[in-house]
Design a binder for this molecule. Structure first.
Ligand SMILES: [Zn+2]
Length: 209
């Protein structure tokens, strides 16, 4: 199950279209406020639709990032074939079923063949996929797949731990409030020793790799 989709270019949106989209969000939020029994014109709420519209611009900014330029400028050739681990990458995302936040940490590892990516880019990749409407399982796979596609490493592993406000706030499925997902490709999937080494890295708090 390999989605080359992850490398698709985001569509270019002209500025007029962006303004129109903002207005649509403002109107929609006003409608929601009225529908839940609020007065959208009262003091505290007057500018709420506008604020939410601007906030979506930020927390859903991942749709506008071009993954190819994000990654291409940061790859370089290196003679290194040991495990690279970037752990405890904090992220905030939005569940696509309820449009409520889920947030936590992502741990990303790969074993290069001869290409590596600048370490600062891995959190940027996580952020690019987090700042969309997501399900945690898909986000985990997308991060793993894109690294697999561009680096052609011996293996990639992504582990994501997150708390989901849609479970926590609604008082149901509390046991799923904190969820762990993982995507293991290549040698992380095939080799138990490699996988265990990674899990050891992730669980050893405070130690850098
Ligand atoms: Zn949800």
């Amino acid at each position: 199950m390999h989605e080359l989709m992850t490398l698709k270019q985001p569509p270019t949106i002209d500025p007029a279209e962006l303004v129109a989209r903002k207005d649509t969000i403002v109107r929609a939020v006003r409608d929601i406020l009225t529908s839940v029994g609020e007065d959208p014109d009262r003091d505290g709420l007057q500018r709420t639709p506008e604020r939410i519209s601007r906030m979506y611009d930020e927390i859903l900014a991942g749709y506008k990032v071009d993954p190819i330029s994000l990654i291409n400028e940061a790859m370089f050739d290196v003679d290194y074939d040991e495990m690279v681990v970037v752990k405890d990458i904090e992220f905030f995302s939005m569940c696509e079923h309820h449009m409520l936040p889920f947030y936590g940490r992502a741990h990303v590892a790969y074993i290069p063949t001869n290409k590596v990516i600048g370490l600062s880019k891995i959190p940027r990749i996580v952020e690019m996929f987090a700042r969309r409407l997501q399900v945690q399982e898909r986000m985990t796979m997308q991060i793993a797949n894109i690294l697999d596609e561009v680096l052609h490493p011996l293996g990639v592993a992504v582990v994501v731990e997150a708390a989901h406000l849609c479970s926590m706030m609604r008082g149901i499925k509390k046991e799923h409030a904190r969820m762990v997902t993982s995507s293991m490709l290549g040698c992380f999937k095939d080799n138990e020793k490699t996988r265990n080494e990674l899990l050891h890295h992730i669980s050893s708090r405070g130690e850098t790799t």
